[in-house]
Design a protein around this ligand. Structure first.
Ligand SMILES: [Ca+2]
Ligand SMILES: [Ca+2]
Length: 309
């Protein structure tokens, strides 16, 4: 196409190995629109390429899918994310866009008004959905966007379409290091080691991170779990309250109360059966209340925080 070009695919297959470049030259503007044509139901693709890049080298590229299947066989689905300072927009109104990976740069946007966006970077073992400073906004019905980064699956429940923006996805390790860096701790092998207690105040970095502590300040009294006896319908329970991150799952954190009736024996993991309520504290943490039966002669309990990153 010339510097101002548009193409509509409303039947058949545009197969473009190795790739398609839309609005990928200085001053150029390109638009490809793929119409619904029944190819999805038949399992056929309407547009496929090894890579698709839009809005590079100062150009402006747009890709619209109105209900067909678009497949990018590599992780190089670049939306103003490769070279130059172009702008690009992907509009998904229906059908599928399936890519091994998506990179969205500063001038790039994806609007999910309908259909399904599938990002499966795990098949290449690489980064799957990288949003530097562009944005991905969902306008359609509620759905779950699933991506995989460093083998970790993120599920984003888009429950408020039109207002949900997912940006700057970070792996659990990256999120932890982001937190550590705020306090000047670096590298999981040195001062930011999960088991390291910097002050020390009796809480290692993992506990500080999980409970909302400051890893450089002795603040154990303020964030450590609290316990006491409570009467529930005439029966005494041990009440145990701890702080938990609201987004614990996407940070790779797990909280559990472990118990034992004898400190010489192993601790038993319980999987959260004692949790009775939780209330949001602030934008990041909730307060979790547990009631543990005290029918044994002696029961020892403690909070166990584990991570899978
Ligand atoms: Ca500490
Ligand atoms: Ca501390």
């Amino acid at each position: 196409m010339d510097n101002l070009g548009a193409k509509t695919i409303d039947g058949g297959l545009l197969d473009a190995p190795p790739g398609i470049r839309i609005g990928d030259n200085p001053g150029g503007t390109g638009i490809i629109t793929v119409e619904a044509d029944g190819s999805v139901a038949g399992g056929w693709r309407s547009l496929q390429a090894w890579y698709i890049r839009l809005g590079e080298l100062g150009g402006n590229g747009t890709l619209v899918n109105n209900g067909a299947m678009i497949k990018v066989w590599s992780e190089w689905f670049n939306i103003a994310a490769w070279e130059g300072s172009g702008t690009a927009h992907v509009q998904l109104n229906g059908g599928f866009i399936w890519a091994e990976g998506i990179h969205i740069g500063a001038g790039g946007t994806i609007d999910l008004a309908g259909g399904t966006l599938v990002v499966l970077g795990d098949q290449l073992g690489g980064l799957s959905l990288l949003i530097d400073s562009g944005q991905l906004t969902a306008f359609g019905v509620a759905y779950t966007l699933t991506t995989v980064d460093d083998g970790f699956v993120y599920d984003f429940d888009v429950t408020n379409p039109g207002y949900t923006t997912v940006s700057g996805l970070r792996s659990p390790t990256d999120q932890y290091l982001d937190w550590a860096a705020i306090y000047g701790l670096t590298d999981t092998n040195t001062t930011a080691a999960l088991a390291y207690d910097f002050e020390p105040d009796g809480m290692n970095n993992l506990l500080e991170y999980a409970l909302g502590g400051n890893p450089t300040n002795s603040d154990k009294a303020a964030v450590y779990p609290t316990s006491g006896m409570v009467d529930i319908s005439g029966t005494n329970y041990m009440e145990f309250v701890y702080y938990r991150r609201l987004d614990a799952a996407s940070r790779g954190l797990n909280y559990d109360i472990v118990t034992t009736e004898n400190l010489l024996m192993a601790w038993t993991t319980n999987g959260g059966p004692y949790e009775t309520s939780s209330s949001t504290n602030d934008a990041s943490f909730e307060s979790v209340t547990n009631a543990i039966p005290v029918d044994a002669d002696e029961t020892f309990i403690k909070l166990e925080v584990t991570e899978n990153f």
